[in-house]
Design a protein around this ligand. Structure first.
Ligand SMILES: *Cc1c(COP(=O)(O)O)cnc(C)c1O
Length: 355
């Protein structure tokens, strides 16, 4: 740290992304990416001609991409904005709406929420989960603060029902309720159908997980026109070209390929239930995840040791050094062979096999 850094940022602890290994080949189950390639339509969209067009700035209105997202979700283009990953959009939303009134979210949730609060000087109220990792919505119904909820939640994979989300929306007529649906495509109900009825609802999604485009950095927000205009105001005051030309093309092509999307998410859901049953048969605790990951506790093996033992067996998973979940691992659902290797490794670790 230099002596030039702003005082406000000296205590800031940045978000720690999951490892992107170089060199040794691992079975990579640590960052909830898709094990499948993006839709073949993506490659078709990125032609030689499009590459030469990179000399031109990208479309600051992102119209084609927003149109594809709007069509898929039964919305108008004015109800959709896109950005450089949902992280960028979430950051804009924290800036746009949370400065004065602050925000509440679960203490165990996406680790970036408290980081944005520190970065932007936003007052954060982190509410504990129940013992079984479910969310008691009672404290979320106290108005005066915005609400941010990942649904399904990460890293637990557990989801709130739309009735519960609606109860929270109704309790907050003057506050924004942001539903971060990064994992919604793997089996949870989408809050998008509530948009027409709640002007305080903002739904954020990403192409990083279910659409296999984590490296293209594409996220989007959906809500009534007013909220979307506010987000666009922030975005255009920061970086109007926040999506590059190739990502705009890739995103629109992937969003339009519904068949491939359904095929991929179907396989993930199938592999998730297969893996969950296998791990439970080995004596693991596994939450009833609706995401593309499982949250797992090995019997008799502390989380950190389990993380290391899996790494030694060539498998990367995610472990959080955080009160209440230190014995748990977040394991991305991959293809069947990867899941078979995972189950085999977990069995060896539980049985105390030497590596
Ligand atoms: C992965 C994830 C994001 C970030 O997605 P990007 O679009 O890749 O920035 C946001 N929220 C949650 C809960 C996530 O798991």
């Amino acid at each position: 740290m230099s002596r030039f850094l702003d005082d406000r940022l000296r205590a800031l602890i940045p978000y720690t992304p999951g490892e992107q290994p170089r060199g040794r080949r691992f079975i990579k189950l640590n960052t909830n990416e898709s094990p499948f390639p993006p839709s073949p339509e993506v490659l078709r969209a990125i032609t030689q001609e499009q590459v030469s067009e990179l000399r031109l700035y990208s479309d600051p209105t992102m119209l084609e991409l927003r149109r594809a997202i709007a069509q898929r979700n039964g919305l108008t283009e004015a109800q959709v904005m896109a950005g450089n990953g949902s992280d960028e959009i979430l950051g804009f939303a924290f800036q746009a709406f949370c400065g004065k009134k602050g925000v509440m979210f679960p203490s165990i949730s996406y680790g970036f929420y408290p980081v944005w609060c520190q970065l932007f000087g936003i007052d954060a109220l982190a509410l504990p989960l129940r013992e079984d990792f479910t969310i008691d919505i009672a404290p979320y119904r106290i108005p005066g603060r915005n609400v941010v909820l990942a649904n399904p939640n990460a890293p637990t994979g557990l989801a709130l029902s739309l009735e519960e989300i609606e109860a929270i929306l109704q309790a907050h007529p003057e506050d924004v309720v942001l539903i971060d649906q990064a994992y919604v495509d793997f089996g949870c109900d989408s809050a998008v159908k509530l948009i027409d009825r709640y002007e305080n609802l903002l739904v954020v999604e990403t192409f990083s997980k279910s659409r296999a485009l984590a490296g293209a950095r594409i996220g989007f927000a959906m809500g009534q026109e007013g909220l979307i205009e506010d987000l666009e105001r922030v975005r255009c005051s920061f970086h109007p070209y926040s999506l590059n030309r190739l990502s705009l093309l890739a995103g629109a092509a992937a969003m339009r390929d519904g068949a491939y999307f359904d095929e991929c998410r179907g396989k993930i859901i199938e592999n998730r239930s297969w893996t969950r049953a296998e791990l439970m048969a080995l004596g693991c605790d596994v939450t009833d995840s609706l995401a593309n990951f499982l949250f797992v506790r090995l019997p008799g093996v502390p989380g950190r040791e389990a993380l290391e033992a899996l790494r030694q067996r060539g498998i990367l998973v995610r472990w959080f050094d955080k009160e209440g979940i230190r014995d748990w691992l977040r394991i991305t659902v991959g293809v069947r062979e990867e899941m078979e290797a995972l189950v085999h490794a977990v069995r060896g670790i539980i049985e105390g096999e030497e590596q």
